[in-house]
Design a protein around this ligand. Structure first.
Ligand code: BGC
Length: 246
């Protein structure tokens, strides 16, 4: 089945048609800059432009960087605060004229990795971590997602973890990969203490840089890069839309 998957982020809104049977992208990915301020109305209009670019007429799956409970945003760490309590699913459907299914962005990436990527056919506890402007997490037990875990907001070294070791923190503090890797190792150690996972999967932009800091990672559970790197959000959003159609 073909589906439009969209990954809404703090700097870009990226979409692509996805073959949901294979998890492969169909054709070229399209990216539009996230409007600033990233208010609900502004993002919805950018989403509409993305949908029109693909001349898409079917349902849309959207990954969104916040807690999403029954289509409603319940937090806004790295987006405009006016998102809190916005019914994103209804707003997007109204503006695009298409059924829109909204899921937390890290949960979307996790669905893709568990279906087609590194987590495929793996049992046990698996934590996918997306590292970008914020830190997103998706927790799976025997392939089943526990949604909206928000483990990027644990406290670490007296700070919200995503302020301590996101990719934005690395850039802001001009940290070498080695120094940043030591911070990320502390974060993983905390997750390991709390959840005893069997595997950590790294998604987001940092996944392609894993070789630059893997020597700093000392957890018992291995840390591996997401197979679809930072396309997982788009693919997982499309998978979610298919599931919601059933
Ligand atoms: C948000 C999460 C999101 C993550 C990655 C965090 O700041 O609270 O909902 O998954 O960033 O975008």
């Amino acid at each position: 089945m073909q589906m439009l998957g969209v990954d809404i982020g703090g700097s870009g809104i990226k979409g692509c048609l996805v073959d949901t049977a294979t998890g492969e992208l169909i054709g070229e990915r399209h990216r539009l800059a996230t409007p600033q301020p990233a208010t609900p109305a502004a993002i919805a209009h950018t989403l509409k432009a993305l949908v029109e670019h693909f001349e898409w007429k079917g349902p849309v799956g959207c990954g969104f960087p916040a807690i999403i409970h029954n289509g409603i945003a319940k937090s806004a760490a790295n987006i405009d605060k006016s998102w809190v309590e916005t019914d994103a699913a209804h707003l997007f459907a109204d503006v695009t004229g298409l059924p829109c299914h909204v899921i937390n962005d890290a949960d979307a990436a996790g669905l893709a990795e568990m279906r087609f990527g590194t987590g495929r056919d793996r049992k046990g506890v698996i934590i996918l971590i997306t590292v970008g402007t914020g830190i997103g997490t998706a927790v799976f037990v025997n392939g089943q997602l526990l949604p909206n875990t928000e483990l990027g907001h644990l406290m670490l070294e007296g700070m919200v973890a995503e302020h301590y070791c996101s990719d934005a923190a690395r850039k802001r503090e001009d940290l070498s990969w080695g120094r940043w890797g030591k911070r990320f190792n502390k974060y993983l150690a905390r997750l390991e203490f709390l959840f005893s996972p069997d595997l950590f999967i790294l998604g987001g932009g940092s996944a392609s840089k894993l070789d630059k800091f893997i020597d700093k990672i000392e957890t018992r559970a291995p840390l591996v890069a997401a197979a679809s790197l930072n396309q997982a959000g788009i693919i997982g959003a499309a998978l979610y839309a298919v599931e919601q159609q059933k």
